[in-house]
Design a protein around this ligand. Structure first.
Ligand SMILES: Cc1cc2nc3c(=O)[nH]c(=O)nc-3n(C[C@H](O)[C@H](O)[C@H](O)COP(=O)(O)OP(=O)(O)OC[C@H]3O[C@@H](n4cnc5c(N)ncnc54)[C@H](O)[C@@H]3O)c2cc1C
Length: 377
């Protein structure tokens, strides 16, 4: 699939989907339970080897347009879902990487798009670090460039990421996107503290104080990061990763019930049926969200409200699934170091995405006055 220069030469999404399926099959049985605080470099390399990072790029840059077309969006859903299945921390980091690709495609100049594509083809992982630490990141113009100051407080893959898209506040109080290098060891900090789950994501903090950047590193215009509908629509990707974690939990539940010869018990079957309904419900919601996110003609407010509801539907389904798994497996689901226990902790942590109340009530406020988007009924 890859030419010697690293470009994808076979423009074939179905081949890519097959490669993703084979990768999942290979890793889901082969990999022993990873240490919970070690970044899964080997699985990331497996994604690199099938060209998954290059596939994100546009056709012009030798990729498969995963961030641009509905067809590509469904392949991206498979990619993120499978990554989440194998390792939620990896899924989180890949999802951040995809977000950077997407924002550069939307707001970058042609030079920035090309330059970034070249860097991606060298295999680097990018991160999106927008959550501020103390003090928040600011940007100030100087004679020869722009000087940054401040800390990003949630930085996934802080030791893996080589380039971050961050937001910075201008002296006028506006927010602007900046592409900044993140390779200096001494700038890495411990971040929000020891999280209950997702430790393998290496979520730390990074101090940008006194990094000087050129104007080429500024992406888009003031306010682009929060520009709608993209800002809310992009949340479907995090839901796709969480869905992968749900897939894994359902598989672990089925397997353990079979191994312990408890699968024929009617109460267990009842719960398993409920679990399968939750998994399928979440899957259908994510697919709706992908369609909305890539819909050329849907009203922006419909897109935002649909993806917000999808995000909350997946969150609720995942939380209910965790409860069912705990009830079905009993204390064995609470034994440290077992896959089921780790996946539940990772998933519970990963589901904490910003402003869930707002996402739900804003969607409700829209749909109280509007029907579902055309074609839904
Ligand atoms: C493993 C992990 C990795 C992460 N990696 C990154 C990263 O790489 N880059 C990055 O930028 N961020 C990252 N984050 C941070 C993430 O994007 C969110 O900022 C964070 O998870 C928000 O979670 P929260 O539950 O604290 O959200 P909150 O929005 O604080 O929500 C908590 C509760 O408060 C409510 N609430 C929200 N706002 C208000 C308000 N104004 N008044 C009253 N109630 C309110 C919510 O509805 C909810 O009930 C990461 C987080 C995790 C867990």
């Amino acid at each position: 699939m890859l030419a010697s220069d690293g470009k994808i030469v076979k423009n074939d999404l179905s081949t890519f989907q097959t490669d993703l399926k084979n990768l999942l099959d290979r890793w889901k049985y082969a990999s022993p339970m990873p240490a919970e605080n070690v970044f899964p470099t080997d699985i990331l390399n497996a994604f690199r080897e099938i060209g998954a990072l290059n596939a994100l790029l546009s056709h012009e840059e030798g990729g498969l347009n995963l961030c641009r077309s509905l067809e590509g969006g469904f392949a991206l859903l498979t990619l993120l879902r499978r990554a989440g299945y194998l390792n939620l921390s990896l899924g989180r980091c890949l999802e951040g990487h995809v977000n950077v690709v997407r924002l550069i495609e939307l707001y970058g100049t042609s030079e920035q798009r090309h330059e970034f594509a070249q860097r991606l083809r060298s295999g680097i992982l990018a991160g999106i670090w927008v959550t501020d630490g103390v003090p928040p990141v600011t940007i100030k113009q100087e004679n020869r460039g722009y000087r940054l100051a401040g800390i990003k407080g949630f930085a996934s893959g802080v030791t893996q990421v080589k380039l971050a898209l961050i937001t910075a506040i201008t002296p006028q109080g506006h927010s602007i996107m900046v592409l900044a290098p993140t390779t200096e060891f001494g700038r890495r900090q411990s971040g929000p503290g020891k999280l209950m789950g997702m430790q393998a994501s290496g979520t730390g903090a990074y101090d940008f104080t006194d990094i000087v950047i050129s104007s080429d590193c500024i992406l888009g215009s003031v306010g682009d990061y929060l520009r709608q509908p993209e800002f809310s629509a992009g949340a479907w990707r995090g839901s796709a990763v969480a869905l992968g974690g749900m897939d894994r939990l359902v598989d672990l539940l089925r397997q353990e019930l079979l191994d312990r010869e408890r699968a024929n018990n009617p109460h267990q079957l009842y719960r398993l049926g409920e679990a399968l309904i939750l998994q399928k419900t979440a899957s259908m919601w994510v697919q709706e969200a992908v369609k909305a996110a890539y819909a050329a003609k849907m009203k922006p407010a419909d897109v935002i409200a649909t993806v917000n509801l999808a995000r909350l539907a997946v969150e609720r389904a995942a939380l209910e699934l965790i409860t069912l798994v705990q009830r079905s497996l009993g204390v064995s689901a609470f034994v440290r170091g077992r896959a089921v226990e780790l996946v539940m902790r990772d998933l519970m942590t990963y589901l904490r995405q910003p402003a869930p109340d707002e996402a739900l009530t804003e969607a409700a406020a829209w749909f109280v006055n509007h029907d579902w988007p055309k074609g839904e009924l």
